[in-house]
Design a protein around this ligand. Structure first.
Ligand code: C2E
Ligand code: CA
Ligand code: CA
Ligand code: CA
Length: 278
């Protein structure tokens, strides 16, 4: 009957709305935020835990809404990645990083900047063009840049990723394996991709004191990194006893709330300048 058909159409409409409207809304909001450049780099210092000197920082994105509300990446990175907006977001972050850190980091060529990339960046040569077009001829040199590839999600094409990393190396950039020990690639990534730096995930740092397994994994990663000539950085260090354990294990670089959380540009520059004695 007409009534059943009408009900069907209404129901279909509701189902259609339910599935498509929320996506369209998020997309609009995200695109608008990109156009307004609301995605800001925050910077977390990376410290040398033997000398107390600052070694550089990791760039961590924050969505700073017009009302001042600060949103962490957990709430939007999945969408940024699946929608493909992460490419433009990353370009904006790299440009802002160049502008904000260029003066201080240009004067301190020993300081490094770590930039998070996602698996798709290692499947698309555009990332190389982006890096060159943003950093070529600027105050921050290529050998101050570290690109992080997470082990948490699989790479689609290892061979392609390996080639992109090789070209990053030709520029003078280095590559860190993020979240090491938590994900898909395992130790194979270390060897196949040409990784320069291993980042030990917070999970192991947290469990190190109570769990022999976690402590052993840290030992193995340190030994592996040493014998393969790779750098090593501990993530998410919150307490003095963790720092002490890391020192005993021969880890020299760490980041975490014990030093500072990710900070907005101005605050990070102030802290870094103070640490550099300026
Ligand atoms: P990640 O790269 O493993 O970054 C470390 C996360 O741990 C950051 O969370 C950081 O704020 C947090 N953290 C640092 N020190 C401590 C600590 O001592 N204690 C605790 N509890 N947490 C600490 P955040 O900033 O929320 O970022 C989460 C993840 O989002 C990052 O994990 C990274 O995978 C991703 N992400 C962040 N920024 C970007 C970006 O610009 N691009 C891409 N592709 N991913 C990003
Ligand atoms: Ca990271
Ligand atoms: Ca990490
Ligand atoms: Ca992590």
């Amino acid at each position: 009957s007409v009534a059943t058909m009408a009900a069907g159409v209404v129901l279909g409409g509701i189902v259609f709305w339910m599935f498509f409207r929320p996506v369209a809304e998020v997309d609009d909001e995200f695109l608008t935020a990109l156009q307004r450049e609301e995605f800001k780099p925050f910077y977390q210092p990376v410290m040398n835990i033997d000398t107390g000197r600052i070694e550089g920082c990791e760039v961590l994105v924050r969505w700073v809404k017009p009302d001042g509300k600060v949103v962490s990446p957990g709430a939007f990175m999945t969408y940024a990645e699946t929608s493909g907006h992460v490419f433009e977001m990353t370009r904006q972050l790299m440009r802002k990083t160049r502008e904000e850190l260029g003066p201080l980091f240009g004067d301190h060529p020993e300081l490094k900047i770590s930039i998070n990339l996602f698996a798709g960046h290692f499947d698309d040569r555009r990332i190389l063009e982006d890096i060159v077009s943003i950093f070529e001829g600027g105050r921050i040199s290529y050998d101050q840049l570290v690109f992080e590839v997470t082990e948490r999600y699989p790479l689609r094409d290892i061979d392609k990723a390996r080639k992109i990393i090789a070209e990053m190396h030709v520029l003078g950039c280095r590559v860190a394996l993020d979240d090491t020990g938590t994900g898909h690639g395992g130790l194979a990534y270390l060897q196949q991709l040409g990784i320069d730096i291993v980042k030990i995930d917070k999970m192991f740092i947290d469990a190190m004191g109570t769990d022999l397994g976690a402590s052993t994994i840290v030992d193995v990663l340190v030994e592996l990194a040493n014998s393969l000539g790779m750098g090593i950085v501990a993530e998410g260090v919150e307490r003095e006893d963790q720092l002490q354990r890391l020192r005993e294990k021969g880890v020299t670089a760490a980041q975490g709330y014990i030093f500072a959380p990710p900070l907005p540009g101005k605050m990070f520059i102030e802290l870094a300048s103070a640490l550099l004695g300026e």
